[in-house]
Design a protein around this ligand. Sequence first.
Ligand code: AMP
Length: 463
Amino acid sequence: MSFSTLGLSAELLRAIAEKGYSEPTPIQSQAIPVILEGRDILGAAQTGTGKTAGFTLPLLQRLNTLPRNEGRRVIRALILTPTRELAAQVEESVATYGKYLSLKSLVIFGGVNINPQIKALHNGVDILVATPGRLLDHVEQRTLDLSKVEILVLDEADRMLDMGFIRDIRKVLALLPRKRQNLLFSATFSSEIKKLADGLLNAPVLVEVARLNTAAELISQVIHPVDRDRKRELLSSLINTHDWKQVLVFMRTKHGANRLCEQLGQDGISAAAIHGNKSQGARTRALADFKQGSVRVLVATDIAARGLDIDQLPHVVNYELPNIPEDYVHRIGRTGRAGNEGEALSLVCVDEHEFLRDIERLIKREIPKVVVAGYEPNPLLKAQPIPNGRGSHRGNAPAQARRNGNNSARPSGQRPRTQDSKPGRGAQADGNRSAKDVTQRPAHPAVTRPRGEREQPAIFKRR
Ligand code: AMP
């Protein structure tokens, strides 16, 4: 299979060749022809599959070939993403793949001055990439017009719902023309996503693929049991002993991320933090420094790290396990991208044993435990509750209730995030997912489904 057989124009093929892609990824070969036909898509795909090019390339081609109004440019394609980083990356892809077309794109997100965005919108844009909150700020200020949108993309829709954007999304949908093409991408399919897809998509084609690295095989996972107050020492020692040059470290809280950054600095290891309290400029700078190697460790919270595309990131460390098991899958998926090998290791103390059990239940496998010599956990230490999360302490009614098969202790069995889950307006803590949601296949009556079953997240498929 080559890109030229997918029906893409010479301008796009040239941009693809310059990017160095020799053949389409599975999601690209499935999605591109369908999108070019003008059909709606329900894409079951995570980052790392090549999905961005999968929807960007045909979107560019359609906008380029469909007739457009004479005169001022109007927004013809709207791409919504959950985070600023992802919005910026998607727009970068639009600009890269569309460099030989005369379409204009713009990215807008919160946390930065709105005025340059207003000016750029006023000058005319064909493709707008946006996070929902800032988009609605513009709607309120009447600085953009969505009435001519021909193609809508919801990227990482599950993340947007997790982050409490559902109301914002519904408000945006109400502003779009009825007749349009809809592309919805989501890594998981909770009942909320299915409801959204049912209301949004018109006879969609289901496109479902594994990651580029299709591979538990490519991501080696290990747990290092360690006492809570020796994690920092162990992390510094691992980085120094193995001489890791680029490590992404995950924390549950913004405060924890800042503190760890300082501590690593004291240990002589350059580190930067990326989380919701940092200004957009600081986040962009931290990411750039990390990518180019002047910072060795990037300490991130789950939401800030969402959608980060760092090529060939060899090491991901869970300094703290996430309280939402599915975030573990997203975290470790930052490594082992595009077919490269990656290593995900987790420093787990006694407080997190329950989180670990939930993760292993979700991924349907036990992660090997390796005690690092000199860091043996003290067997006498008792678990302490984790603030706003679930320690393995007694008296956690919702957790206990869930284990008993009774979800009523917390509405719909929700587990709150312990970190910066408030990216903008309307954000709520919402961890309303379960192993079932992840492994469930999207069910849509009008969906055309390629053959083949997928029983668990693709990256955990066994050979
Ligand atoms: P995405 O899933 O869109 O975040 O893409 C994941 C990574 O795969 C990005 O670094 C892309 O640049 C890369 N990529 C996308 N398409 C291809 C392709 N056809 N061949 C090789 N790499 C690709």
